[in-house]
Design a protein around this ligand. Structure first.
Ligand SMILES: Nc1ncnc2c1ncn2[C@@H]1O[C@H](COP(=O)(O)OP(=O)(O)OP(=O)(O)O)[C@@H](O)[C@H]1O
Ligand SMILES: [Mg+2]
Length: 258
């Protein structure tokens, strides 16, 4: 299963991606966590120190040159060794289980080095295609905020989309745009996460949202933790979070089988 997280800025995409990855790893899965955001925060949210995070792939001009050249041979670029060689291991909480989490910091094309951005883009796409289409592991992608970046390249091969929103009209409108765009790209297996809501609303005033919804309340433990650490794992609310992540995951699995 390849799951992507999209939504407006600051709604909780990275937090949810970190929770889902950790949940899956605790169930024994091998999870690739892909940070496709400019803020490089999935690693920190997962308890890694920023000093231990690798440089974003798109800024590695050496690699881009080596694997892509001028961008003309992108289709045949050899990337299957890159996930293992570029990833850093993230700790699985409570973890002596058999699962694992590996973080790949992809970066975004906007962050690409001064060389040809299209070559960096080609490398990014080749690596995504490899992970999505040729690997059987779980992949969790933390996408960049907003709708502009949600292209075929970012989500081709993704089979479950989590659209994260805060409970506001504007936020839901962005969520609906994302949902529509992803639907046009053929990704219909979508779940809406309403983050930081005390209870599930009876109905939503915005059209075009995914019809399956999971809510997450404001987590007091996270509010307090945030003052001292970027990690969103091992919270006092772990059981509640796991129950909600479990139903989110079950919905995505069920939607994939249809
Ligand atoms: N349910 C929650 N309860 C309490 N705090 C939360 C909750 N969800 C997210 N947060 C906090 O809100 C902030 C924003 O969350 P996060 O970084 O996951 O959003 P994002 O959508 O990835 O943002 P960006 O668009 O900047 O990448 C973080 O400080 C996070 O710890
Ligand atoms: Mg984020």
């Amino acid at each position: 299963m390849k799951i992507a997280f999209a939504g407006k800025g600051g709604v909780g995409k990275t937090t949810l991606a970190a929770w889902v990855s950790d949940y899956l790893a605790r169930q024994g899965a091998h999870v690739w966590m892909l940070d496709a955001d400019t803020a490089l925060s999935l690693g920190q949210a997962s308890g890694l120190l920023s000093a231990s995070l690798p440089a974003p792939l798109v800024t590695r001009e050496d690699l881009v040159r080596e694997r892509i050249g001028q961008g003309l041979l992108a289709i045949s670029a050899q990337v299957d060794d890159l996930p293992e060689s570029l990833a850093v291991d993230a700790p699985v909480s409570g973890g002596n289980g058999s699962g694992s989490k590996k973080l790949l910091v992809m970066g975004t094309v906007a962050a690409a080095g001064s060389g040809c951005a299209c070559a960096a883009n080609a490398l990014l796409k080749a690596l995504l295609a490899h992970l999505f289409l040729e690997r059987n592991d779980y992949v969790v992608v933390d996408l960049e905020a907003g709708v502009e970046h949600l292209g075929r390249g970012a989500i081709e091969g993704v089979d479950g989309l989590v659209v994260v929103s805060e409970p506001s009209f504007r936020g839901l409108e962005t969520a609906a745009s994302i949902s529509r765009l992803a639907g046009e790209l053929g990704l219909d297996n979508q779940v809406l996460v309403l983050n930081r809501v005390a209870s599930a609303p009876a109905s939503l005033a915005v059209e075009g949202l995914p019809d399956r919804v999971v809510t997450f309340p404001p987590m007091q433990g996270l509010v307090e933790r945030q003052l001292e650490s970027p990690s969103v794992l091992d919270l006092p609310e772990q059981e509640d979070i796991d129950a909600r992540v479990g139903s989110l995951f079950a919905m995505l699995e069920e939607g994939r089988r249809k």
